[in-house]
Design a protein around this ligand. Structure first.
Ligand code: DAH
Length: 374
């Protein structure tokens, strides 16, 4: 039974001694049961609350109710009891808090002999690594880096690159269009850029010639997944514009870049091609850096070059004057300046370089695959 403050009939010293002892015993017993801070709060309130706390009741039932002649004596006793209660409540709080911090400390004990936490070092992703290598070859030639949005308008991805509306060359791009754009004029409709070439126009709008840029970035096409196709992949675009830029500059620059990337012994070859935004256009081939151009590896047919001894690396050409017409207002008068451009797929180069047999491995995020490039 919990202790309750009794009404006193007898106010004699002996009776008061007895009552005080009972109270003190209850105080000690209840204090010993307090283990947590919330126990302690109820304990404090039970004994010290202004309303109905034990001390208040002692004051009411013992002191106020005492006959006049006993008041002095009882007043002293009640003061002692008050001090005793306050002290016990304070001590108990210190005890509870001390216990809590001791248990916290023992949980946090530091064992300096335990092995440290290993923080595995990440590695550059093989595609990004290849991209950085290509970019740095051109940086050494004085090229700057430009970037542009992955969600592009029809105007930049096609129209300003001399793909007129309904031109069949658009079909080669397997474009992924953003839905519900039909209410906009064609040129403003959004799509996922199919190449990094739109950044040619975006940069020429902002910067006057002369210009030398490379543009690394992500592109998307509606290609079903297989070992060599992914709907998302990476390209690096290049553009050089100045007075008197010739096809000789294009060939010299790209021949140098291929030797820097694949070794000084590779040969380059240009094969005529078509792109709407270059005229003339070409594909650049390098002699196969896997089989050395022989088409054979240890008497087996060389797969990467399909036994031809040549690997196709990029598309390129002299910037079509029609493209300059779109940015003529910013100093790109096709009668005064000329330029060359090129664009290459980075993922395919990384595949060749590292002998990876499935492009999907690049994007699945399997650590066991990625760890091999540390
Ligand atoms: N944008 C072309 C593509 O993805 C690649 C390309 C070809 C870029 C020729 C060029 C270029 O800048 O001159 O199919």
């Amino acid at each position: 039974m919990a202790y309750t403050v009794p009404k006193l009939k007898d106010f004699s010293p002996t009776a008061l001694d007895k009552a005080s002892e009972k109270l003190a015993a209850a105080l000690a017993k209840e204090a010993a049961e307090v283990q947590t801070e919330s126990d302690w709060k109820s304990f404090r309130d039970r004994w010290m609350a202004r309303k109905n706390g034990v001390l208040t009741l002692v004051n009411d039932l013992w002191l106020k109710a005492a006959p006049k002649e006993n008041k002095r004596d009882i007043g002293q006793r009640v003061n002692q009891i008050k001090q005793q209660v306050e002290q016990t409540v304070d001590n108990r709080l210190a005890h509870v808090q001390g216990a809590a911090s001791a248990s916290r400390l023992s949980a946090e004990r530091l064992d300096v002999t335990l092995p440290g936490n290993r923080r595995p070092l990440g590695a550059e992703h093989p595609v990004i690594k290849t991209m950085n290598e290509i970019v740095s070859v051109f940086r050494n030639l004085g090229y700057s880096i430009a970037e542009g949005p992955v969600i592009e308008t029809d105007y930049y991805n096609f129209e300003a690159l001399n793909f007129p509306p309904n031109h069949p060359a658009r079909d080669t791009q397997d474009t992924l269009f953003v839905a519900t754009q039909e209410s906009k004029p064609l040129r403003d409709r959004l799509l996922l850029r199919t190449h990094t070439s739109p950044v040619q126009i975006r940069t020429m709008e902002k910067m006057k010639p002369p210009l030398r840029i490379v543009v690394p970035g992500k592109v998307h096409r509606n290609d079903p997944l297989d070992a060599s196709h992914s709907p998302m992949f990476h390209q690096i675009e290049g553009l050089a514009v100045d007075t008197n830029i010739t096809l000789g500059d294009l060939k010299g620059t790209l021949d140098h870049a291929m030797k820097a990337l694949f070794g000084s012994s590779v040969k380059t070859s240009f094969r005529p091609s078509f792109f709407p935004f270059t005229e003339p256009s070409a594909e650049l081939l390098v002699s196969c850096f896997i089989c050395g151009g022989s088409g054979k590896r240890d008497l087996e047919p060389c797969r990467p070059c399909k036994q031809t001894g040549w690997i196709e690396i990029l598309g390129c050409g002299m910037v079509d004057p029609n493209v300059f017409e779109f940015v003529k207002g910013n100093g790109y008068d096709p009668r005064k300046i000329s330029g060359f451009a090129f664009g290459m797929g980075v993922d395919r180069l990384a595949i060749l370089k590292y002998g990876v047999d499935d492009i999907q491995l690049f994007f699945q995020g399997d650590v066991r695959f990625l760890e091999q490039f540390v």
